[in-house]
Design a protein around this ligand. Structure first.
Ligand code: DGT
Ligand code: CA
Length: 569
């Protein structure tokens, strides 16, 4: 059981207790444990002496005992009992923005509904307003929130599901009858949300592979089992389809099941023009198989170069491939540093030094420390005095570090009127200034666009972080005219961020492409709040590839001496 899985269980416990109206101290204790678990840098399951856990903040004796029980038995009696509570299903309501535990309980107590589908119905019928002081406006917001939750309910964020899918692949690989294995579908194309996991295997003994698949420890139920297709549902609640093909079919099947459907249709019709039939079994001229063992063979059969999975959306990649003008996509190995990193000076969990050491270990040449300014409302936002202090600390650390540079930056808040949350004389002292919106998301498109443009136009600003503010599955982007923002960045020679934080991926693929077309530079940054978060660069890179970005479009592919010319100093 991973730290994340443990955290999920304790988080669910806290939510149920909260709705039941339990002692707030007890609820807070669980929430604190969740925070600690999420930020731990070692996996608890690898710790030999669990008693040591009691020394971690928020993990007392009682919780240590529960962790022990979970690790030893895979279950927690207390949790199993709690889940039987009539209030347990109401935790679903908490995903709706603006609905807290008290609302959830009231809605259930008065209306006897415990799921979002019924809640949506009641809100549509106007049955919420007037109840226990809920106004029309709140009802409208609940309705909006419910629709949003329902929209995402059936899809999982990429960063949540990708490591879990990879784990399924790694487990299955242990079976010697697996010849080749790959992820397919939207997961291989690295779409930002995923409906189900597609895995493809080639094997001469499909039964053996299928047997192993249904016996994987992650499996919670088996939907169907056969020698070519087997479907399971995992304990994490997502479906995974395994297809097993013959070795000579692997490339054709890999291409077919990677999709997208629209891309496949284009390739198939190119085949038709050449008198070829292309399907998941191979490329055929009449009855004769002429290709299919590898994807490259399939593309070659229609005179195309290999097209990277991230591009296969029929967004123009086939035309570009025909003209031999495909982009040379940016790769993880091109990245030289991370330009948006938090530390324990604000809401991060590791020290500046630790963040730097870890980045260096990853082969980076630099990072930019960009802690929050005070307006965001987090407890430790940086005021002018602390900014100055941090600059001094960074200077000292830089003297110690070899072949690595810490840049002093800041993530300064763009206030509702477009003014920045720190004065110019402070911003001037920094190596770079990142600006972002964290408050007043409800402004009109005109107001929000004007607000952000004002910030971009400020002379000391370098980068606009997470430009649309969306949180995948949780919050829609704020209303903003992204075309105007891109134009403004171009006019002022400013940089847009592709924030790789799993729930952000903001700019998204389409907006990255728009920025590239206008020749606006992009930084792919993780917004890391601890050393583990550097891993998220993978998903930033994936999104960049889906946005057709090349190394030249991305400023943090540059070594430090060339990077500096982009900053307004
Ligand atoms: P998802 O699951 O909604 O996140 O997206 P995908 O792309 O993984 O879609 P899925 O799982 O339904 O199918 C996997 C791939 O199989 C899909 O990308 C293309 C291929 N495929 C599925 N059905 C068809 C079809 O009717 N025609 C063609 N040409 N390809 C299909
Ligand atoms: Ca799929």
């Amino acid at each position: 059981m991973t730290n994340q899985e443990l955290a999920q269980i304790f988080s669910h416990i806290a939510e149920i207790l909260d709705i039941q109206g339990e002692n707030p101290f007890k609820v807070r204790a669980y929430k604190k444990a969740v925070q600690t678990l999420e930020n731990l840098t070692t996996q608890i399951s690898t710790v030999k002496n669990l008693e040591k856990l009691g020394k971690l903040p928020g993990i007392g004796e009682a919780i240590t005992k529960k962790i022990k029980e979970l690790l030893e038995t895979g279950k927690l009696k207390y949790y199993e009992e709690l889940k039987k509570s009539e209030y347990a299903p109401l935790t679903e309501f908490l995903k709706i923005p603006g609905v807290g535990p008290k609302h959830a309980k009231l809605i259930y107590d008065k209306l006897k509904i415990n799921n979002v589908i019924d809640l949506e119905k009641k809100a549509t019928q106007g049955k919420l307003r007037g109840l226990f002081g809920l106004g029309e406006k709140t009802e409208e917001n609940i309705l909006k929130g419910v629709t949003q939750v329902r929209k995402y309910k059936e899809r999982f964020p990429l960063a949540f599901i990708h490591p879990k899918a990879q784990a399924l692949v790694n487990e299955l690989k242990k079976n010697k009858d697996v010849e080749k294995i790959t992820l397919a579908g939207s997961l291989r194309r690295m779409k930002e949300t995923i409906a189900d996991v597609d895995i493809l295997v080639s094997s001469k003994n499909p039964e053996s592979v299928s047997d192993s698949f249904v016996k994987l420890p992650q499996v919670s139920s088996v939907i169907a089992k056969g020698s070519t297709k087997t479907s399971i549902v995992t304990k994490d609640g997502f479906q995974s389809d395994l297809r097993i093909v013959k070795p000579e079919e692997f490339g054709a099947a890999q291409h077919y099941f990677t999709g997208s459907k629209a891309h496949n249709i284009r390739i198939r019709s190119l085949g038709v023009q050449k008198g070829l039939k292309i399907n998941e079994y191979g490329v055929f001229k009449g009855k004769k198989r002429i290709a299919g063992k590898t994807e490259t063979e399939v593309f070659k059969s229609v005179a195309l170069p290999y097209i990277s999975p991230e591009l296969r959306e029929d967004w123009g990649e086939v035309e570009m491939a025909l003209q031999k003008k495909l982009p040379h996509l940016v790769e993880l190995k091109d990245i030289k540093g991370d330009l948006h990193v938090h530390t324990d000076w604000s809401d991060g969990q590791n020290s500046i030094e630790k963040m730097a050491e870890e980045a260096k270990k990853r082969g980076y040449q630099y990072i930019a420390i960009c802690d929050h300014s005070t307006a965001v409302g987090i407890t430790k936002g940086l005021d002018p005095k602390r900014v100055e202090k941090q600059i001094e600390v960074v200077k000292k650390l830089n003297k110690k570090l070899k072949n690595f540079k810490i840049l002093s930056g800041i993530e300064v808040d763009i206030r509702a009127d477009g003014k920045l949350d720190l004065p110019a004389n402070v911003l001037k002292e920094l190596d770079l200034v990142v600006v972002a919106v964290h408050t007043k998301f409800s402004q009109s498109e005109a107001e929000m666009t004007k607000r952000i443009i004002k910030a971009i136009e400020s002379p000391l600003v370098d980068i606009l972080a997470h430009p649309t503010g969306r949180l995948i599955g949780k919050r829609e982007p704020y209303q903003v005219n992204i075309d105007k923002i891109i134009d403004c960045c171009k006019a002022n020679d400013k940089i847009l961020e592709l924030n790789a934080y799993p729930e952000r991926l903001d700019l998204n693929d389409i907006n990255c492409r728009k920025a590239k077309e206008k020749r606006v530079k992009i930084t792919i940054s993780t917004d890391a709040h601890n050393i583990n978060h550097y891993f998220w660069m993978n998903f930033g890179i994936a999104t960049a590839k889906r946005g057709w970005l090349e190394p030249n479009d991305v400023i943090n592919t540059l070594p430090l001496n060339k990077l500096k010319k982009f900053f307004k100093r």
